[in-house]
Design a protein around this ligand. Structure first.
Ligand code: FES
Length: 77
């Protein structure tokens, strides 16, 4: 199991606001592999914003469900 999950968030396309961040906050407070959040200026998926990456796997366009599925897949839950 990973020691931590790295979630990168693109601030350049405004992904660090709204529903997806609320879902991320929920995920951070749930049991399982800890999540480290990194705010980036651009994740090179600008055409599909909002852009996130989970352990360097792109999620774009992101939504709360996709983010949850990606984190839970890494956590094995
Ligand atoms: S500005 Fe968000 S991915 Fe480029």
């Amino acid at each position: 199991m990973d020691q931590e999950i790295i979630v990168q968030i693109c601030a350049g396309c405004g992904a660090c606001e709204g529903d997806i961040m609320a879902e991320l906050a929920k995920l951070q407070h749930e049991p399982g592999t800890p999540i480290r959040v990194e705010i980036e200026e651009c994740l090179d998926t600008c055409d599909d914003e909002p852009s996130f990456a989970v352990n360097e796997v792109s999620i774009a366009p992101a939504n709360p469900e996709k983010l949850r599925r990606a984190v839970e897949a890494v956590r094995g839950s």
